[in-house]
Ligand binder design. Structure first.
Ligand SMILES: Nc1ncnc2c1ncn2[C@@H]1O[C@H](COP(=O)(O)OP(=O)(O)O)[C@@H](O)[C@H]1O
Ligand SMILES: [Mg+2]
Length: 397
């Protein structure tokens, strides 16, 4: 089937979607090079169909999504890629969509920021039985990323993302809330605020959409594709270099704040799709690094209590270094940090996790010990910086 790939009301290019595989089988005329999704243009400034398909398939619910197989069975849909077409590829995180060729559709009539959407797909992903046989598949849940069970919800006219937890302890929603409560104390730091939400006695995290009808989130993974990374350049330097080329304001400060938080909460999943930058979708002007979101995979969420690292050594990281103890050395200065937050960390930890009925007292105590060690580790670094500064060994920039 023939479509126009659109960016709000800007036609970007003609594409054909194969009815059997749901992939992009042909690229037609290109109308707006500047609006081609970031990361899809090759270094030779050409659109490669394989790269475009990678981006397209990346819009669908990942196969690793908890509960996806059962949901596809209920909907009688062979693969999640088919769902992208069912919602015109619209999302609540960016402004790309597809308009069937020859149809005169306006973005304002279809987008999910200004129009209501069905919760059928979200509810089925949450394991609920559909009320009727006629499902409405027009939903931003068809294009949501990530492994955890999740759905978009409209509450009082605002769009919220609701995410579940995993395993026996269901720790992830509480991790989001802990990160939120902690970041409130950290100083000047941009973050998405998560609250707790209970449904059928199960905990969920809930946060407001930080994208609106004018903006969009671009992942760090896509940002890093604008240039080839030379072998001798680290991913850290490459990312900051790409931010420079794109002209993203205050990128390194924002990233250093994120790395500091991730160190403290032992985030083991800050991969290049879990942070990025926000731009205006029409003018393409960059607003800044996206507020910190997705802090659920932290605090040894998927580890038994005996494996919680209370000594602060070799804590795994997925961003720029293999361990947090190495990665925190990339942060050149903590002058922005409200140091009092380090004194409050254990109390916040105890307060948030004691609300989790699935967490036993031993695990709660162990997390508090781990938090105490990590804040002490950071205090030691701060002390060292002050000392080196005093004797003029380093200048903090
Ligand atoms: N508050 C939000 N507003 C807009 N987009 C969001 C928001 N939270 C998450 N997203 C988008 O949804 C994706 C999946 O959400 P995420 O929190 O990363 O889920 P998971 O924990 O399953 O990885 C993110 O990668 C991002 O693109
Ligand atoms: Mg994620």
């Amino acid at each position: 089937m023939q479509y126009l790939l659109m960016h709000k009301d800007i036609p970007v290019m003609e594409i054909e979607i194969d009815e059997a595989t749901y992939g992009i089988s042909r690229i037609g005329e290109i109308y707006q090079f500047a609006h081609i999704p970031l990361g899809v243009l090759t270094y030779q400034k050409k659109v490669d169909r394989a790269v475009l398909n990678h981006w397209w398939m990346g819009r669908s619910i990942p196969l690793s999504r908890s509960g996806l197989r059962e949901a596809l069975e209920v909907m009688d849909i062979p693969m999640p890629q088919k769902l992208i077409e069912k919602c015109l590829a619209l999302s609540l995180s960016d402004q790309y969509w597809i308009c069937p060729a020859g149809k005169d559709m306006k973005w304002s009539e279809v987008n999910f920021f200004q129009n209501e959407f069905s919760e059928d797909v979200g509810n089925i992903l949450f394991g609920m039985k559909p009320n009727s046989k006629r499902l409405d598949l027009m939903s931003p849940d068809n294009t949501s990323d990530g492994y955890l069970k999740k759905k978009w919800k409209i509450i009082d006219g605002k769009r919220y993302l609701m995410k579940g937890g995993n395993g026996q302890v269901q720790q992830e929603p509480f991790n989001e809330v802990f990160a939120t409560e902690f970041m409130k104390q950290m100083g000047e730091i941009q973050f998405v605020s998560y609250g707790l939400w209970w449904e059928q006695d199960m905990p969920y995290s809930i946060c407001e959409d930080f994208i609106d009808e004018n903006t969009e989130l671009i992942s760090a993974a896509d940002m890093m594709k604008i240039q080839k990374r030379p072998n001798h350049v680290s991913e850290y330097h490459h990312f900051l270099h790409c931010c420079d080329i794109l002209g993203i304001p205050n990128a390194s400060d924002s990233i250093h704040k994120m790395l500091t938080l991730d160190f403290l909460i032992a985030n083991d999943d800050r991969h290049f799709h879990n942070f990025g930058a926000v731009r205006n979708a029409e003018t393409l002007e960059w607003i800044g690094i996206a507020p910190i979101f997705d802090c659920g995979n932290a605090m040894w969420h998927n580890q038994p209590t005996s494996r919680i690292e209370t000594k602060c050594v070799n804590t795994p990281s997925r961003t720029f270094k293999k361990t947090h103890e190495e990665q925190i050395k990339l942060v050149p200065s903590f002058q922005w940090l409200n140091q009092a937050c380090l004194e409050q960390a254990v109390d916040i930890c105890r307060e948030v996790y004691s609300k989790n009925p699935f967490m036993d007292a031993h695990r709660l105590d162990t997390l508090c010990v781990a938090m105490d060690t990590r804040t002490q580790f950071l205090k030691d670094i701060l002390q060292e910086q002050v000392y080196k500064n005093d004797i003029g060994e380093i200048t903090i920039n």
